[in-house]
Write a protein that binds this ligand. Structure first.
Ligand code: ADP
Ligand code: MG
Length: 334
């Protein structure tokens, strides 16, 4: 599996040195999906290029199944690169080749032919949902379909890892959803480990289990999404879930941020708590979201009633993640 150890990379431009990556270490869990997020220029693409061995770091090591890739000579580096699929929004297809012809190209180059090649290409056309477009040329496909073909081509050599850098950029909602579905299927059906570098938080919510947050080349946070939900200071969760900011219009005895995970909790826990303890529960901010197939809600709630504390305790016992906030002092005029 891939381990990234203390990677640093700088570039020089007319304004001086840019530190694109600054001492970044992380692991890709085998068969998992890691979303690398962060603002534009934070180093996501640089990380993707280094991990896919397109570029060498200034310092630090990328290990593939324990192998230090810095020690590889050019020939072995090229062979190792084939174990890593790489696709970006800039990846171009060959216009004079059909969709199937584009997907087959890496196999042709490595001398795989005949029935094996046809079988692999057929399977990938099926995976990307474009079996009926096998003989279609790129100019007659939509941009979303072209991206799916590019993903299939990146997968045809059966890489253990697929790095997708901004694969949904500049696509419409349907096009983006199509590409994400393909990445998700690649993981589920081919067992590929996925690294998705993106600014699209919905993409991370939908298909990733882990997240790494970069800021100015530094790794600010790295962890499992469902675990980070428990951390009220998690900046990644802050970026991924609906904001809880809101102003309580009336005095509340208690104010708390609650995260509810799963259908049952999201649907019923707050009303049940309110009626059980005779407490008035109002939603001040936040909203519903989804991590993968799991519904997740994050709300800032206000509670009024004598048993407000008991209610919060009960919510916690029922699996809600509760972080109490200071309630605004009762205004003198009220
Ligand atoms: P992101 O993908 O998060 O937008 P990048 O990895 O593309 O970030 O870039 C990180 C920083 O490194 C930016 O300041 C960018 O301008 C700089 N950078 C990246 N690649 C190069 C390059 N080849 N030459 C010069 N500067 C670069
Ligand atoms: Mg980028």
């Amino acid at each position: 599996m891939i381990t990234v150890e203390n990677l640093s990379k700088s570039f020089w431009n007319r304004n001086g040195t840019v530190v694109a990556l600054d001492d970044v270490s992380l692991d890709l869990t085998a068969g998992g999906a890691l979303g690398v997020v962060g603002p534009a220029g934070s180093g996501k693409s640089t990380l993707a290029r280094l991990v896919s061995l397109q570029e060498r770091p200034d310092t630090g090591v990328v290990r593939l199944d324990g192998l230090n890739t810095a020690t590889l000579d050019t020939r072995r580096l090229r062979a190792t690169r084939r174990q890593i699929g790489f696709v970006t929004k800039e990846t171009q297809l060959f216009k004079q080749r059909t969709a199937a012809g584009n997907i087959a190209l890496p196999l042709e180059q490595s001398g795989v032919d005949g029935p094996l090649r046809r079988a692999r290409v057929g399977r990938l056309l099926d995976l990307i949902g474009l079996t009926d477009k096998a003989a279609t040329y790129p100019d007659d496909l939509t941009e979303g379909q072209r991206r799916r073909v590019a993903v299939a081509r990146a997968l045809v050599g059966e890489p253990a890892v697929l790095l997708a850098d901004d694969p949904t950029a500049e696509l419409d909602t349907d096009g983006a959803a199509g590409v994400l579905a393909v990445l998700d299927r690649a993981r589920a059906e081919l067992g590929v480990t996925l690294l998705l570098a993106t600014q699209d938080t919905a993409a991370v919510r939908r298909i990733c289990d882990d997240v790494a947050l970069l800021e100015a080349g530094k790794l600010i946070e790295h962890g499992n999404l469902l675990s980070l939900l428990r951390d009220p200071r998690s900046q990644a969760i802050e970026a991924l879930l609906p904001s809880v900011e809101g102003a309580a219009s009336v005095h509340q005895d208690r104010v708390a941020d609650v995260v509810l995970v799963g259908f049952a909790a999201v649907g019923a826990l707050l009303p049940e708590a309110a009626s059980r303890f005779g407490v008035q529960v109002s939603i001040i901010g936040g909203g519903l979201s989804r991590l993968g197939e799991t519904p997740v809600a994050r709300f800032r709630i206000g509670l009024r009633g004598e048993r407000a504390d008991t209610t919060l305790g009960w919510l916690g016992e029922r699996g809600a993640i509760v972080h109490q906030q200071p309630a605004a002092p009762r205004s003198v005029a009220a």
